[in-house]
Design a protein. Structure first.
Length: 293
């Protein structure tokens, strides 16, 4: 072995020994590091509902004894805190991390309730978009539509059957502000009680995959008919049947069916045209084309 090879071998041994020593010292020093603070962050869900349902104080209470500045970083059970928060039904996900400065970061994604259910068996709870039941705690109040009626126990409609409808309403700001509550009848129809007083809306069976068309017909009725006839003229508007709007006068006299294709597009027709029959005479029923005798 040459002298140069011997020197290289010796340097390698020295360097390896140094690295082992340095890593050991670093590990020992890290083991003595202490927590410099705890930061709890409720993540933005894009809706104020989530932050009303999960609070920083509530998370602190669920965790119990939070790490303090006397707690060694090596003693903080990161995975244990995450598991504890994952057990809280009002929390979607929880992630706990440790920064290089010694701070413990707890990021929580809250559940987003879409409705408050008062079921026929007497129980009350919130549901989220996936159908998970959330505790109805007096500490947390969320302003979401209320669901009542013949649901869950003996009804034809279960909570899970309402999820597509509730998701559709929650995803549209106009419909969300319009909807105050839903009532499920014994026949399996869903009755919408809107924020506009004076009438209710029969949406029919929520399982028929026709939700968007139903609300499109309802909004056309709101745009073109009720401003003319008056918002108290009807007590019931039904969009349960495909392609139709059936309205009942407040005096309980049935109105004729209004085919969806006969509802006039406001961009194509003026109000005068809407109220005029093919013969040119005034008609008392707006948005209906009078059929030839």
């Amino acid at each position: 072995m040459t002298r140069k090879a011997i020197i290289r071998c010796a340097l390698s041994v020295v360097l390896t020994a140094y690295l082992i020593f340095a890593l050991g010292m670093s590990h020992d020093m890290a083991a003595l590091d202490r927590v410099t603070g705890v930061e709890i962050n409720v993540l933005d869900t894009g809706s104020h509902h989530g932050k009303n349902f999960v609070t920083v104080d509530g998370i602190s209470s669920e965790i119990g004894d939070l790490p303090t500045d006397t707690t060694l970083l090596s003693k903080v059970d990161i995975r244990g805190i995450e598991r504890r928060l994952d057990e809280v039904v009002n929390i979607e996900t929880a992630q706990v991390t440790r920064s290089q400065t010694g701070r413990i970061h707890i990021d929580v994604m809250p559940m987003i309730p879409v409705a408050r259910v008062f079921s026929s068996d007497g129980t009350s709870y919130y549901i989220n978009r996936a159908g998970k039941r959330l505790t109805a705690d007096a500490r947390y109040h969320v302003d979401v539509p209320v669901v009542t009626g013949d649901i869950d126990r003996n009804g034809k409609i279960a909570t899970v059957d309402l999820l597509p409808l509730m998701h559709y309403v929650a995803s549209d700001s106009l419909l969300n502000s319009l909807t105050t509550s839903l009532k499920v009848t014994s026949a399996g129809d869903v009755i919408l009680i809107p924020a506009i007083r004076g009438h209710v809306v029969n949406l029919g069976d929520p399982r028929d995959n026709n939700t968007s068309d139903k609300f499109a017909r309802l909004l056309t009725m709101y745009r073109k008919v009720l401003p003319v006839k008056g918002w108290l003229y009807y007590d019931t508007i039904s969009v349960k049947y495909s392609g139709q709007v059936v309205a009942t006068r407040a005096k309980k006299r049935d109105m004729p069916q209004i085919a969806a294709k006969e509802l006039i597009d406001p961009e194509e027709e003026t109000l005068d045209n809407m109220l005029t029959t093919a013969a040119g005479s005034a008609d008392n029923t707006p948005a209906v084309v009078k059929k030839k005798q």
